[in-house]
Design a protein around this ligand. Sequence first.
Ligand SMILES: Cc1cc2nc3c(=O)[nH]c(=O)nc-3n(C[C@H](O)[C@H](O)[C@H](O)COP(=O)(O)OP(=O)(O)OC[C@H]3O[C@@H](n4cnc5c(N)ncnc54)[C@H](O)[C@@H]3O)c2cc1C
Length: 296
Amino acid sequence: MGLLHRAVIATLPLVPGPVMRRLSARYIAGETLDQAMDTTRAFAAQGYGGVLDVLGEDVADEAEARAALTDYVRCTKAIATAGVDSYVSVKPTHFGLRISEDLCFDLYAELATRCEALGQKLRVEMEDHTTTEATLRVFRKLRERFQNVGVVIQSRLFRTADDIAALPEASDVRLVKGIYLEPESIAHTDADAIREAFLKDVERLFQGGHSIALATHDAPMAERALRIAEEQGVGRERYEFEVLMGVQETLWTTWRDRGCRVRIYVPFGPGWRAYSQRRLRKNPQILGHVMRNVFG
Ligand SMILES: Cc1cc2nc3c(=O)[nH]c(=O)nc-3n(C[C@H](O)[C@H](O)[C@H](O)COP(=O)(O)OP(=O)(O)OC[C@H]3O[C@@H](n4cnc5c(N)ncnc54)[C@H](O)[C@@H]3O)c2cc1C
């Protein structure tokens, strides 16, 4: 981490709330579900789908994990009421994965049941490598009962080719480079190597009969992914783009205008400040992106 990044991160707790809120407004929809739904509806009016994320991770106890489930159930009802094309996406440690794998499974299963009744899907997100094995176990077990549950696969990890080979039939996969900086003993750390791994994973997933949410803002890499789809004769119903709110908007328009489905990830929640600071500390590259966006 560079000196400037370290200095900025160290002073973040001192930045007044309203200033922090203004800086993060581009990336975070607000504190409440109503604000998140206003944002989702505005994107829907421009032809974009949505993904709702209640900010949170690493809950301290079962009560907090159950409270997260309650928040997510409210999200699914709000999506149904608004009649928009959106779904919920949940971090395993927000549902207590580090406390109990059984608890985490039960909460996802409860949410999957609710989503199924509303005709919605949900996604199990992927966190750092200490959770990968358990997360995939939870996902595979969910898929024994539910068809409407997808997962996330991180191309930077060396294990990913094997994980793709072990996916349940016709899985719905969000493919990402991986936001967590992992040790070089288990993951690619070079940007070009991660890009090549991502494209290999696109090939593997399409060949395996899976669907892909290409979650990236790397335009040249995305073009190559689209070429792979074309070469393999994969129809648009088997892939879409997923992007982060506030990041590279011109790309969304380009893809949408070319007839690709584009979904925007809309994070919200009262814990946005602590969450943002934790994420910036874990991956200072994000700070670089944010500073470039704010200061040009
Ligand atoms: C919808 C969605 C869901 C995701 N879910 C997960 C997940 O469950 N687990 C996981 O490990 N990772 C997740 N990620 C993050 C992903 O792993 C990457 O870290 C992130 O997408 C950046 O990689 P990139 O492919 O966009 O390429 P990069 O080369 O990192 O970025 C390309 C360009 O996009 C811009 N950019 C990228 N990220 C940001 C940012 N945060 N803020 C401002 N500008 C930015 C920059 O201009 C950058 O130059 C998700 C990403 C998306 C889009």
